[in-house]
Design a protein around this ligand. Sequence first.
Ligand SMILES: [Zn+2]
Length: 51
Amino acid sequence: MPITDPVKLQVALDHVFKVKICRRCGAKNPWNAIRCRRCRSYDLRPKRYRK
Ligand SMILES: [Zn+2]
């Protein structure tokens, strides 16, 4: 079921993409993470926006 309301869609996307991905091991981390929770690498990137 697609989301038709653009406001709700934006809220959903914000939730999905508000994570950081470790470049070393690929683990998801909280948005405010400084380093990876799994391998402790500081090399984190924000998840790319893709629809
Ligand atoms: Zn990692």
